[in-house]
Design a protein around this ligand. Structure first.
Ligand code: PLP
Length: 469
């Protein structure tokens, strides 16, 4: 494609995306297709001859769009928000346009330095502990997902605890990790991947707010020590996926400090709330964490993928993951004058993700981000109030952030049917969880375009549908 053709088609594509955002509210939020529907419309073999861009876009409209669940619809309330924005999409486009591979400082200095700078900005913007700043002992890196950030933290913790011997010798069957029954499943996955083994994962009970009980964790640690195990890692969550519960980070952190355990704090879903000073109380004790992650690709208007991962001591991270083959050697690396992010995560190659985050922060400004995040939380609290006052529905608890768990007062089967009917209507999309053996509906309010009237309409529809059942 020549630059001239690119210019022409690119303009059309930007128009298409702008039209999509104008129309997105009119599409059924949850894709209504059945398994196989998309593939059956696609040719069995790749085209022998190149095709026109116009033909491709016609197929997008006809065959692809029906198979899209519209995450960017203001009526998307399912799972967790994954909100994007114009500046983020343009930043992503620019990143693709530059086509930079930023594995080393030397392979594109701006890719590394902008990332370090934006990660340091976020520390101040969100009131995070200064220890996480790249200009201090720690540092931040953009990873693809919270799952990989968590796995990186597990590797660092494993190496710290085993004197960097596991990297050389393999398996360490005695080290044990601590999570709550509400911790995200990525810890269990990470534990398997890094060779700890599921049997060395201790699942600690939660209290009535579904937050980890620190005393139970300490009891388990003592038991493990008595039995010859070596506690090495704990994960506390600020905003669990199921119910947005907040673990007591300070209390868990104090225990970790006493027993020399690596504390990772996972705020993948709700960490963006820290941009608003009034919600920083939920982050109390974060300075006790050895690592921390939150996802701008969930709730900071930045499209997937973009996870911000911080460590207290970058030397540990680099020592854990560093390997320097001959072909990557260069003067800047050898002088130790630069960050080479290839040492900060599992993969070698990396995209210029900082661009989109930089664009988002500059476009909205800190005050703009604070406005939108606090508005989402305010809408969630308002929705929770309506549920609470309703004679037919009940609320799990007062939501700390923007996820409301609620249910109709009848049984699980009724709630499941209610959810399925609502989702089939295409007018909104919400999902469920099971807490204490009961089926709960989850309403996550945080899409970029969601306004009060969308939340009001959703509540009206939920009530009307429940009456018809
Ligand atoms: N941790 C929490 C608390 C989450 O809510 C999620 C996703 O829902 C994850 C981790 C995993 O996020 P990712 O898809 O970035 O790996």
């Amino acid at each position: 494609m020549s630059p001239e053709q690119f210019r022409e088609q690119g303009k059309k594509l930007i128009d298409w995306i702008a039209d999509y955002y104008e129309q997105v509210e009119n599409y059924p939020v949850l894709s209504q297709v059945s398994p196989g529907d998309i593939r059956k419309n696609l040719p069995a073999n790749a085209p022998g001859q190149g095709e026109s861009f116009d033909a491709m876009m016609r197929d997008v409209d006809q065959f692809i769009l029906p198979g899209i669940t519209h995450w960017q619809s203001p009526n998307f309330f399912a799972y967790f928000q994954s909100n994007t924005s114009g500046p983020s999409i343009l930043g992503e486009l620019l990143s693709a346009g530059l086509g930079v591979q930023g594995m080393l400082w030397a392979t594109s200095p701006a890719c590394t330095e902008l990332e370090s700078h934006v990660m340091d900005w976020l520390v101040d913007m969100m009131g995070l502990p200064q220890q996480f700043k790249t200009t201090n002992q720690g540092g931040g890196v953009i990873q693809d997902t919270a799952s990989n950030a968590l796995m990186t933290a597990l590797l660092c913790a494993r190496e710290m605890k085993t004197n960097f011997e596991t990297n050389k010798l393999g398996g360490c069957p005695k080290i044990v990790a601590y999570v709550s029954s509400q911790t995200h499943s990525s810890v269990e996955k990470g534990i398997k991947i890094v060779g700890i083994g599921q049997r060395n994962l201790r699942v600690i009970d939660v209290d009535e707010h579904l937050a980890m009980i620190p005393e139970k964790m300490e009891q388990q640690i003592k038991k493990d020590l008595d039995e010859g195990y070596i506690p090495f890692f704990a994960c506390a969550t600020i905003g669990t996926t199921s119910s947005n519960a907040v673990d007591p980070v300070r209390a868990i952190g104090e225990i970790c400090r006493r027993y020399d355990i690596w504390l990772h704090v996972d705020a993948a879903m709700s960490g963006s709330a820290a941009v608003c000073p009034e919600y920083r109380n939920y982050f109390d004790g974060l300075e006790l964490a050895k690592s921390y992650a939150f996802n701008p690709h969930k709730w900071l208007f930045t499209n997937f993928d973009c996870d911000c991962f911080y460590v207290k001591d970058k030397a540990v991270l680099i020592k854990t993951l560093s390997i320097l083959p001959e072909y990557l050697k260069n003067e800047a690396t050898e002088k130790g004058a630069v960050i080479d992010y290839r040492d900060w995560h599992v993969q070698l190659g990396r995209r210029f993700r900082a661009l989109k985050l930089w664009f988002v922060i500059r476009y909205y400004g800190v005050e703009g981000l604070q406005y939108h995040i606090s508005e989402h939380i305010r809408l969630a609290q308002e929705f929770a109030g309506w549920v609470d006052q309703s004679p037919d529905f009940e609320l799990l608890n007062q939501p700390p952030f923007n996820l409301v768990c609620f249910r109709h007062k009848s049984d699980d089967a009724f709630n499941k049917k209610l959810m399925d009917t609502l989702n089939k209507s295409g007018k909104l999309f919400l999902t469920h969880t099971v807490l204490n053996g009961q089926f709960w509906l989850r309403m996550s309010i945080g899409q970029t375009q969601t306004k009060r009237h969308h939340v009001e309409n959703a509540w009206r529809l939920i009530q009307e549908t429940a009456e018809m059942k």
